[in-house]
Design a protein around this ligand. Structure first.
Ligand code: HEC
Length: 205
């Protein structure tokens, strides 16, 4: 066994150039390393292409949104097809078992309604829903009607083509649940329209 250190200068070729007397060994990177390096470049080109052409392959948001949509579908299947009547709406307001659906209504409200009605429902360009005064609503079932058909020549948009039937009913129930929160300190809009009777399952005349 020799423990003699080999003299590098004797075994390794030099590149031939000299900088301030310093020479450089001609010591190429191992082949496997160079190969991996070129593979990373190829991979990045492929990744860049996929990122723009097929983003759902690399972006987990797509997977997330698909599973959220699937979960909503599953929940809506459990709900069945709701009727936009006072009794149905009242059940979401008064039955604790059903109250979880207000969360779904709240999500619809946060996505579509807050720009005009405010995050807390106290009104921006659209009226305050936290007081007892209403412009287009006398009984509960008027709410899904207004939401579907809109009001004031589109100042309140019609959501009938943009939201599902159940979504309209759940967002209506959520809007109804804001009543009585009376948020005078939250800014919002002053009372508009007439004072109406407390919510009940009654049908409109
Ligand atoms: C572009 C603004 C805008 C958006 C977005 C909007 N609204 Fe409205 N909404 C209004 C306006 C303005 C009125 C008042 C119409 C009137 O004066 O008759 C109104 C009225 C209403 C009323 C009747 C209130 C009353 O006092 O009679 C309800 C209920 C309502 N909106 C629910 C919703 C829901 C639920 C959404 C979301 C799905 C929504 N709105 C989205 C502007 C909007």
């Amino acid at each position: 066994m020799s423990n003699q250190t080999p003299n590098p200068a004797a075994e390794v070729a030099v590149t031939g150039h000299v900088y301030d007397g310093i020479q450089e060994y001609d010591n190429p990177l191992p082949g496997w390393w160079t190969l991996v390096f070129y593979l990373t470049i190829l991979y990045s080109i492929g990744y860049l292409f996929i990122n723009f052409a097929q983003p759902q392959w690399v972006d987990s948001n797509f997977e997330y949104e698909a599973s959220v949509a699937a979960e909503l579908q599953r929940q809506f299947a459990e709900l069945g097809e709701l009727e936009p009547d006072g009794a149905t709406l009242m059940s979401f307001l008064s039955d604790p078992e059903q109250a979880k659906w207000l969360k779904v209504g709240e999500a619809v409200f946060m996505t579509n309604c807050v720009s005009c009605h405010g995050r807390d429902g106290s009104g921006v360009s659209g009226p305050n829903m936290t007081d007892d005064h209403f412009l287009n609503v006398a009984v509960l079932e008027d709410i899904p009607k207004v939401v579907s058909e809109g009001a004031k020549e589109g100042a309140m948009p019609a959501w009938g083509n943009r939201l599902g039937k159940n979504e309209i009913i759940l967002v209506s129930a959520y809007a109804a649940s804001l009543r009585g929160l009376g948020l005078p300190s939250a800014g919002g809009r002053p009372e508009e329209g007439k004072v109406i009777a407390p919510w009940s399952a009654a049908a409109s005349k």
